[in-house]
Design a protein around this ligand. Structure first.
Ligand code: ZN
Ligand code: ZN
Length: 280
């Protein structure tokens, strides 16, 4: 893994990364700063150092030795990656059982390749809308991308599950909490992953809120990464257009047309997809 090794050269605990990832204690994957960083000789573990300018004023600045590692760890922990994906640290780290061995799917390769270059060239490329049946590794790909972006480039990312997002919105509504408290952090995140879009049919009220979320991100040119078991009309093979429930049926036309402007559509085919047609 191509992380900076200046801090922890030779550290056996973290193999020179400066942090360890664990899935223990809870809902989200966690990165912990390794002892070799927390005992930094430059800042004595505070993460910041006093510097002095030419007029003799002292000011606090991020420690040049360990500060960036601390920031990356914080970014990873703020991304709210579900703990079952704690082992996924790169976008090309696919689980072998996610891929279809019969054809080593070309579409899967194309998707992986796009996601990899999205990470490598960040922030140059558009986000992505990853469509296709269950069990083909879509969530893993998106999580690999944000794990890499947080831990290697300290980019601010947030993961959200569509189904839980709808549940949070309904709960907030019933408790009289303004919906902005739920969607505010999602609007502001530099990169937002919306996983399993379309799971749980959204009402018109929910679609309006989602539309706000997507539009505001669009207007501020923020990158959005979406996975879904449904396929949008434009990417659906012509012959199945009238037979199948499409992504637009689940979340409305406006959101999808906006997503097509913000994202590169990627469609993964696989055996699971063919067996079950397009189902959640
Ligand atoms: Zn270490
Ligand atoms: Zn330090």
């Amino acid at each position: 893994m191509a992380t900076r090794k200046q801090i922890a050269i030779g550290c056996r605990e973290c193999s020179g990364r400066g942090y360890m990832i664990s899935s223990e204690n809870g809902q989200y994957a966690r990165a912990e700063i390794c002892g070799c960083v927390s005992e930094c000789s430059s800042c004595r573990g505070s993460g910041a150092v006093f510097l002095e300018n030419e007029r003799g004023y002292r000011y606090l600045e991020r420690c040049g030795l360990c500060g960036i590692t601390r920031l990356k760890v914080r970014r990873y922990n703020n991304a709210k990656i579900p703990s079952k994906y704690a082992g996924v640290l790169r976008s090309d780290d696919m689980d072998p059982c996610d891929s279809d061995p019969r054809s080593q799917q070309k579409s899967q390769y194309v998707a992986m390749d796009y996601v990899k270059s999205f990470v490598d060239k960040y922030p140059e490329k558009k986000g992505f809308l990853l469509m296709g049946g269950p069990g083909l590794g879509k969530t893993r790909l998106a999580i690999g991308a944000i794990a890499q972006l947080t831990l290697q480039k300290a980019v601010e990312c947030v993961f959200t599950d569509f189904f839980f997002l709808l549940a949070d919105l309904r709960k907030a509504y019933s408790e009289g909490i303004p919906e902005n408290e739920i969607i505010g952090p999602l609007i502001n995140a530099e990169i937002l992953v919306i996983d399993e879009m379309g799971k749980g049919k959204s009402s018109e009220w929910e679609q309006n809120i989602l539309d706000q979320l997507i539009s505001k991100r669009y207007n501020s040119s923020k990158k959005t990464l979406v996975t879904t078991n449904y396929v949008a009309r434009e990417s659906l093979p012509k012959k199945s257009r009238n037979k199948t429930e499409i992504l637009e049926d689940r979340v409305g036309e406006r959101i999808i047309s906006r997503l097509y402007e913000m994202c590169t559509p990627l469609f993964i085919e696989g055996s699971d997809y063919r067996k079950s047609e397009i189902s959640s």
